[in-house]
Design a protein around this ligand. Structure first.
Ligand code: PEP
Length: 248
């Protein structure tokens, strides 16, 4: 039985005061949620404040990225040591926005992944095809490449993958449940080739325009083990609506 993960990616949104206001509203809505792991990834500037506010809650804290060295002359970067120091336990790696706007390659993603693991951070590892790749029939090859390069030398223990078709991110165009299930199934097949039986325990989240309205049908897919949520995670009531999807 895979425990679902519902994670919020706030991207470059919310000042500290706004993050606090979100939690004031959100915590009472989800404090009794026992069946899913809830995670929030605020911008770096709100991490320390959020770490203190989340300490005795059922909500985990994630960074949206890290750099793969522990310290040194890397202006502007944040290391895994700094993240664990402030009480962060998860990190998102390989988000398509980082791949597209900041030139992150599979090799860089893998270096970041290994650095995060060295310091005991749980990684939400993002993969997904672009619209042109999907239209060219390359979806499964792209996913296979991103997985095998990204998780090189990484064990399956605690692995969390987020399948985020780039064409569905922030566009309002959600993958249909069939499209999501088909992609998740192919991801699990690739993982089985790499890890064997333990692949069955890997949690695979779907991301791309998830809302309280479509969360039930997506979460009902057998290989969808959670959601990574951007836009709909910015409002406490809509993110809580996703956390409280129908678990029947
Ligand atoms: C994301 O960027 O991880 C994401 C899924 O965004 P949205 O939910 O806004 O599509």
């Amino acid at each position: 039985m895979r425990r679902p993960v519902i994670a919020a990616n706030w991207k470059m949104n919310k000042k500290i005061e706004e993050a606090q206001a979100f939690l004031d509203e959100f915590i009472p809505l989800v404090w009794n949620e026992r069946e899913v792991d809830i995670v929030i990834a605020p911008p770096f500037t709100a991490l320390y404040t959020m770490a203190n506010l989340l300490r005795i809650t059922n909500i985990g804290l994630a960074a949206q990225d890290l750099f793969y060295e522990d310290k040194g002359a890397y202006t502007g970067e944040i290391s895994p040591v700094m993240l664990t120091d402030i009480g962060c336990s998860y990190v998102i790696i390989g988000h398509s926005e980082r791949r597209i706007y900041f030139g992150e390659t599979d090799e860089i993603v893998n270096k970041k992944f290994r650095a995060a693991r060295r310091h005991g951070l749980e990684v939400i590892f993002c993969i997904g095809e672009s619209l042109s790749e999907r239209e060219a029939g390359m979806t499964f090859d792209v996913l296979k490449r991103q997985i095998s390069e990204g998780i090189r030398d990484i064990s399956s223990d605690g692995l969390i993958i987020a399948y985020e078709p780039v064409w569905a991110i922030g566009t309002g165009k959600t993958a249909t449940p069939d499209q999501a299930q088909e992609a998740h199934e192919s991801i699990r097949k690739t993982l089985s080739h790499l890890y064997g039986e333990p692949a069955k325990g890997v949690r695979i989240l779907y991301g791309g325009s998830v809302t309280p309205e479509n969360a039930d049908v997506l979460m009902a897919c057998p290989d969808v083990d959670g959601a990574l949520v951007g836009g709909a995670s910015l409002k406490a009531d809509s993110f809580a609506g996703i956390v409280k999807y129908n678990k029947q």
